[in-house]
Ligand binder design. Structure first.
Ligand code: SAH
Length: 228
């Protein structure tokens, strides 16, 4: 998969993309991530990328021209499945959305900043809008990093068996069961006996029961959606 990220702050991605699973996925060639600085597409002496809002009001608005030029240049070389604007009023990111995006070939992620982007960008250049939750961030960069992480870890070959995405929460409309590791007892706090029993059948049954119980307690809506 190729992910082209359009941003005014490319350095914000350095940390999340150079560690752990995303780093490995890039090294293995499973995902290619290109960062594009929107400022490189700005014209004029000052390379302005934002301007005052028509009609007044606080906050600057990202201008259409640099974003349009950047997207058009990318589209000359690549056909995109989706051109996604990270936006607090977009479709809510969920495991289902991440699953669907993970099978795409090429996507663009546009990160807004300040008051957001000129509405005409959304009307004419964007094919989809995704929010990572009902709260407002300073910019789309952290949201794009979250979406990238959620999507890339689903791609075949990124995770190994021990970290398989299939056993994660939400993947089967259930929350994961609790997990434990050594020592079996710490300050008198014990790991459930069944996990130490070696009885594979009982362990599978216990895990499933725990998943159901947790989902019922913490995310009952998931069960309704899945028809449990
Ligand atoms: N004025 C806008 C918020 C702008 S926040 C409004 O009220 O809707 C600046 C930028 O941060 C946005 O353009 C968007 O790209 C990004 N952003 C903020 N919150 C986000 C969220 N919850 N999910 C995805 N992107 C978000």
């Amino acid at each position: 998969m190729q992910i082209d990220i359009l941003t005014l702050f490319p350095e914000m991605f350095e940390g999340p993309f150079s560690q752990s699973i995303l780093k490995r996925a890039k090294e293995k060639g499973i995902v290619q991530i290109f960062l594009h600085n929107i400022r490189d597409y700005a014209s004029g002496k000052h390379k302005n990328v934002d301007d005052y809002a028509f009609g007044g009001g606080a906050g600057m608005v990202m201008m259409i021209e640099p974003v349009a030029k950047c997207i058009e240049k990318l589209k000359e070389k690549t056909v995109y499945d989706e051109i996604i604007y990270m936006s607090p009023d977009g479709e809510l990111l969920s495991q289902k959305v991440a699953n669907r995006i993970s099978v795409m070939k090429n996507i663009i992620l546009l990160c807004g900043h300040y008051k957001g982007v000129d509405e005409r960008i959304r009307e004419h250049l964007i094919t989809r809008e995704i929010s990572i939750g009902d709260y407002v961030l300073s910019g789309g960069e952290l949201a794009a990093a979250v979406l990238t992480d959620a999507v890339v870890r689903l791609m075949p070959g990124v995770l190994n068996d021990e970290t398989s995405a299939l056993s994660d929460s939400f993947q089967d409309d259930l929350i994961s069961p609790p997990v434990y590791t050594r020592p079996a007892e710490f300050r008198g706090w014990k790991v459930p006996d069944v996990l130490l029993s070696g009885n594979e059948k009982e362990i599978v049954k216990w895990k499933h029961e725990q998943s159901l119980e947790r989902t019922r307690q913490r995310r009952p809506g998931l069960m309704d959606d899945a028809g449990f």
